[in-house]
Design a protein around this ligand. Structure first.
Ligand SMILES: Cc1cc2nc3c(=O)[nH]c(=O)nc-3n(C[C@H](O)[C@H](O)[C@H](O)COP(=O)(O)O)c2cc1C
Ligand code: SF4
Ligand code: SF4
Length: 230
């Protein structure tokens, strides 16, 4: 059996996970919710996660360390800036054999980017899942500052603002993967995944990028394409 496991903040990785699950006749199990995510029954696990500050989000690291599957497919979504070295770092955390890796450029959460991605480019992944064999995952050099307090860098660069329309329902608190918000007020555990902003039924939460971050995000860069490692 193939299971699809997904962590998502603003829903982009979930969109990819849902597409893959549909193609495989499977369904998505969410990582980073209050219910434990059990992979024990899976022969093949497809793990879809976003790149945050060129790193693997903490809840995904925990999931990968406990993952029980013979074959593993690692899929990272990233906002067209850099995916750091996340595939090789994820490969180090897991126990099973990594049979494929993919890095998928998609809209950046902090720019309210689109969740569209190149589906056609993923075709070879499905063939590899049918006939599994070990993949060659590259080791990439990442920015020398990438490992310097990534979550803190996001917190100081992105402000989360609560409007008066908040009804104190604490749905944000119950949905947060880091136990980092209560009734719309965040604490120092926040990784700025912006799941709370996406799910608030009152649209009471919004975010604001610092001027420096906005300038960095909107810098002109080369076009990016899906990269597959088989
Ligand atoms: C906290 C945070 C940090 C991010 N860091 C990076 C990054 O280092 N490089 C990049 O290309 N995109 C980065 N992004 C963009 C996300 O990787 C991208 O939008 C991803 O698709 C978000 O997926 P999600 O909606 O499933 O969380 C970051 C987004 C967030 C929220
Ligand atoms: S989910 Fe929205 S309305 Fe509910 S407590 Fe959080 S911010 Fe307030
Ligand atoms: S409080 Fe922070 S970590 Fe929790 S959902 Fe919101 S942005 Fe993500």
């Amino acid at each position: 059996m193939t299971g699809v496991f997904c962590f998502t903040g603003s829903g982009h990785s979930l969109r990819i996970g849902e597409y893959i699950a549909e193609r495989l006749g499977s369904r998505v199990c969410m990582i980073g919710t209050k219910a434990p995510t059990d992979s024990a029954a899976c022969e093949t696990a497809v793990v879809v996660f976003p790149v945050y500050c060129q790193n693997i989000p903490e809840p995904v690291k925990r999931f990968l360390t406990n993952l029980k599957a013979e074959n593993i497919v690692l899929i990272a979504s990233y906002g067209k800036i850099s995916w750091g070295n996340v595939l090789a770092e994820a490969e180090k955390l897991v126990n099973g054999s990594v049979i494929a890796g993919a890095c998928i450029p998609i809209g950046h959460t902090f720019l309210n980017g689109s969740a569209d991605f190149d589906k056609a480019a993923l075709e070879p992944l499905f063939e590899r899942i049918e006939s599994p064999r070990e993949a060659k995952i590259p080791v990439k050099r990442k920015n020398i500052f990438a490992d310097f307090l990534p979550a803190w860098r996001s917190r100081v660069s992105v402000k989360i603002i609560r409007a008066d329309s908040c009804t104190l329902c604490d749905l944000c608190g119950r949905s947060c993967p880091m136990s980092a918000i209560k009734n719309g007020i965040t604490n120092e555990k926040c990784i700025r995944c912006l799941r709370c902003v996406s799910i608030c039924p009152q649209k009471a939460l919004s975010f604001e990028n610092s001027v420096i971050l906005q300038r960095y995000l909107t810098k002109k860069r080369a076009e990016k394409a899906v990269e597959l490692f088989l």
